[in-house]
Design a protein around this ligand. Structure first.
Ligand SMILES: Cc1cc2nc3c(=O)[nH]c(=O)nc-3n(C[C@H](O)[C@H](O)[C@H](O)COP(=O)(O)OP(=O)(O)OC[C@H]3O[C@@H](n4cnc5c(N)ncnc54)[C@H](O)[C@@H]3O)c2cc1C
Ligand SMILES: *[C@@H]1O[C@H](CO)[C@@H](O)[C@H](O)[C@H]1NC(C)=O
Ligand SMILES: *[C@@H]1O[C@H](CO)[C@@H](O)[C@H](O)[C@H]1NC(C)=O
Ligand SMILES: *[C@@H]1O[C@H](CO)[C@@H](O)[C@H](O)[C@H]1NC(C)=O
Ligand SMILES: *[C@@H]1O[C@H](CO)[C@@H](O)[C@H](O)[C@H]1NC(C)=O
Length: 545
């Protein structure tokens, strides 16, 4: 670990004055890239000098990993690319004690220190959730070296580090013919990052989200304690952390449930022009026996990229037919389904798909099919990511909006949002699919609508940098606000997924009847509010000296 020399701190004076002025005169979430070449706090502030001392005493404790105080700009960036808060330091932990020692030191400083701590997984948050303004960012991916342990048997599972990427878990478990059951659409995300939210994709209607498929966690709490928890042991902490937005502890290890992995995936898309028929079919599919293994859907507002939008590598067997399909400018709804299979079961799989498809009412000429390996299917978004990266279109601002809408109100939502607010264009894919949460565990911190069946509606917009037109950040944010305002005015009972709020009243409303328990858990596991400040739910209390 290298502490910055005093001269380094002095050099940063000018920049730091700017920060302090802005800090006093506006809300922190407006500080965007003011000071992008520098990375340390005001050396004249006694609190921050204390913080520096805290960090220097950590060094003497001897960490396995190290702190970095310079060139930490990457830790002030995320996939959203809208919020940029520089930390004071980044910890690259090589062991769990590196993390617990760091947090315990900060906890022991009490409210004399203003340091906060954010675990950073793969940094694919949208609004600075994995950032810590002048605090410490813990680079969880440094822990990845811990070896993954696959346990076969009747209830197979894998033990992984909290900083492990799901794509690596897939490859490792496949060596044993096994794989996790529930996924996200994109696998270059960490276990700790998705378990702090939920991890929802086309398998969730059957298996629940990823937070429903975890047997055990190892957590470092906001007091620096290392605690193992499960449904049987320290159950309150276990459920608190799942969907807990990083508020109660840092996930250092997780035990993920596995199932036998299929080899292949039959991937099917069909189109609808009537929302009611589309959603009726989706709802039937998620409740029928022997259904598909994955069920999603998306809205096509504008024909551009009709069957091959950025998030997939779907290539229909009959590309000619796909190209010739004409929407006549109508809004279309695409139902997307996958059935897993092994080559020796192809015949039975065909039969079962035929049965399932015969119950659907899509536009008959729009059945598009493809067969790919299981890995190709699961890792589909990464293919598009590489293409977009090559064109410089991956690192643009992403003003995403993810909503959970109760089934009873989804047609109203569709009519207003797809028919009016977004009538001519969208700036990225819009996913929409129902799930039935009646079998999901309701003791986690995840907040969902009050009905068993609700839809995930994800507006995955990309903004063109510096555009002031319809594809610019300003326009998209205004559209997002119109959608949120409509949900509020019409009282749809909507809940945000990957929720984005700035004020505690808003968080209180988001959690509703679960707010009290959320606050209780916070005071039990992170009483000083050290953890995940970028969620902007709780603010650390600072004693002025
Ligand atoms: C292209 C793309 C596709 C996506 N698809 C899906 C999808 O299909 N389904 C879905 O559910 N989500 C999806 N997401 C959202 C994604 O699950 C979340 O943004 C997730 O938080 C990202 O994981 P990460 O590792 O990058 O986390 P980060 O952004 O690094 O962190 C997210 C939050 O979790 C906290 N955190 C990180 N690691 C830990 C840890 N070990 N312990 C405790 N807290 C921690 C952070 O402090 C932060 O508050 C997608 C995101 C992207 C960019
Ligand atoms: C949701 O699941 C429950 C339990 O399996 C079931 O009783 C209910 O009918 C399902 N609802 C729908 C709309 O499928
Ligand atoms: C789709 O959007 C583009 C760009 O906004 C526009 O030029 C085109 O006319 C639209 N196409 C349809 C079918 O609406
Ligand atoms: C399954 O169906 C596909 C197309 O529908 C066909 O190409 C394939 O030969 C069928 N396989 C078997 C084993 O029937
Ligand atoms: C949670 O689920 C359990 C068991 O399914 C049920 O008995 C309980 O009423 C549910 N609690 C809430 C708040 O929905």
């Amino acid at each position: 670990m290298k502490l910055p020399p005093l001269s380094f701190l002095k050099q940063n004076n000018i920049c730091l004055k700017i920060i302090m002025i802005v800090f006093l005169s506006c809300t922190p979430d407006r500080i965007i890239n003011l000071c992008s070449n520098h990375s340390f706090a005001n050396p004249t502030s006694p609190q921050l000098l204390n913080s520096t001392n805290t960090l220097s005493s950590l060094e003497t404790d001897g960490l396995d990993g190290y702190f970095s105080f310079e060139n930490n700009q990457h830790a002030a960036k995320d996939f959203g690319n809208i919020y940029h808060f520089l930390p004071s330091a980044v910890l690259y932990p090589k062991s769990v004690p590196d993390i617990s020692t760091t947090i315990r030191h900060i906890f022991d400083m009490g409210s004399a220190s203003e340091l906060t701590v954010a675990a950073r997984g793969h940094g694919h948050s949208l609004q600075g959730q994995a950032q810590a303004h002048q605090g410490i960012v813990i680079n969880m991916e440094s822990l990845q070296g811990l070896e993954m342990q696959v346990h076969t048997g009747e209830m197979p599972y894998v033990d992984v580090s909290g900083g492990e990427l799901w794509i690596n878990i897939l490859h490792e478990t496949l060596k044993h013919g096994l794989a996790p059951k529930s996924w996200t659409d994109y696998l270059h995300l960490t276990v700790g990052g998705t378990l702090s939210n939920a991890g929802i994709s086309g398998q969730a209607f059957r298996h629940g989200p990823q937070i429903n498929n975890v047997y055990q966690l190892e957590i470092v709490t906001g007091k620096g304690e290392v605690v193992t928890c499960s449904a049987k042991q320290n159950a309150d902490l276990f459920y608190a952390v799942l969907g807990g937005l990083g508020q109660f502890g840092i996930i250092t290890q997780a035990r993920i449930s596995l199932e036998p992995a299929p080899k292949m995936a039959k991937w099917i898309r069909v189109l609808y022009s009537e929302f009611s028929i589309f959603s009726h079919d989706q709802e039937n599919l998620i409740s029928s026996e022997n259904s598909f293994d994955y069920i999603e859907g998306f809205v096509i507002i504008n024909r551009t990229g009709l069957l091959n939008n950025w998030r997939t590598s779907f290539s229909p067997k009959d590309p000619l037919q796909a190209n010739q399909f004409n929407s006549d400018g109508r809004t279309l709804y695409c139902l997307e389904m996958v059935k897993y299979f092994n080559p020796d079961e192809a015949k039975a799989m065909n039969q079962s798909i035929e049965n399932l498809l015969s119950q659907l009412s899509y536009i008959p000429s729009t059945l598009f099919q493809s067969e790919v390996s299981y890995v190709e299917f699961l890792d589909r978004v990464h293919v598009s990511e590489k293409k977009l990266q090559a064109k410089g279109l991956w690192e643009v601002p992403h003003p995403w909006l993810n909503l959970l809408i109760p089934k009873s109100r989804i047609s109203e939502f569709a009519e207003v949002v797809f028919g009016n607010i977004l009538a001519d264009t969208s700036n990225g894919p819009i996913l929409i699919y129902p799930v039935n949460q009646s079998k999901w565990n309701n003791r986690t911190s995840l907040v969902t609508p009050d009905e068993d069946v609700f839809y995930l509606v994800a507006f995955l917009s990309s903004a063109m940098p510096s555009s002031t037109g319809r594809d610019g950040l300003g326009h998209i944010l205004t559209q997002n606000k119109r959608i949120l305002d409509f949900c509020a005015t019409a009282q749809l009972g909507m809940k945000q997924y990957l929720p984005q709020y700035n004020k505690q009243e808003e968080w209180r409303a988001h959690f509703g009847s679960q707010w009290e328990i959320f606050v209780q858990r916070k005071s039990a596991y992170d009483p000083l509010a050290i953890l995940a400040p970028g969620q902007r739910i709780f603010q650390k209390a600072i004693r002025n000296s």
